[in-house]
Design a protein. Structure first.
Length: 95
């Protein structure tokens, strides 16, 4: 099993994910996946995050892998029901 190193997000990626997590009207699933990626970036382990979110740590690793391969769209669209494109979400709720 591989170790996920912290600080893998750029400042722009972090800002975008933080905006998603802080929006109360955001789709719950998208915000949950974004939150997990942010916590991984802070150095939390997959097991720690999974425990808090009542998920399996393999789920957290899968979200990380999907995000690293396809970025935001992997969290918003990658087969998860109710996903929306990042453009639609961020145009709907500007800064």
């Amino acid at each position: 099993m591989f170790m996920i190193c912290s600080n893998f997000l750029s400042a722009e990626e972090r800002h975008r994910l933080e905006r998603c997590v802080r929006r109360q009207c955001e789709d719950h699933g998208i915000a949950r996946r974004a939150n997990a990626v942010l916590l991984l970036d802070k150095g939390k382990s997959c097991a720690e995050i999974a425990e808090f979110l009542y998920l399996d740590d393999d789920t957290i690793r899968g979200w990380y892998k999907a995000y690293r391969e396809d970025g935001w769209d992997a969290l918003a669209l990658n087969g998860w029901q109710g996903g929306q494109s990042s453009e639609a979400i961020f145009n709907r709720y500007p800064d």
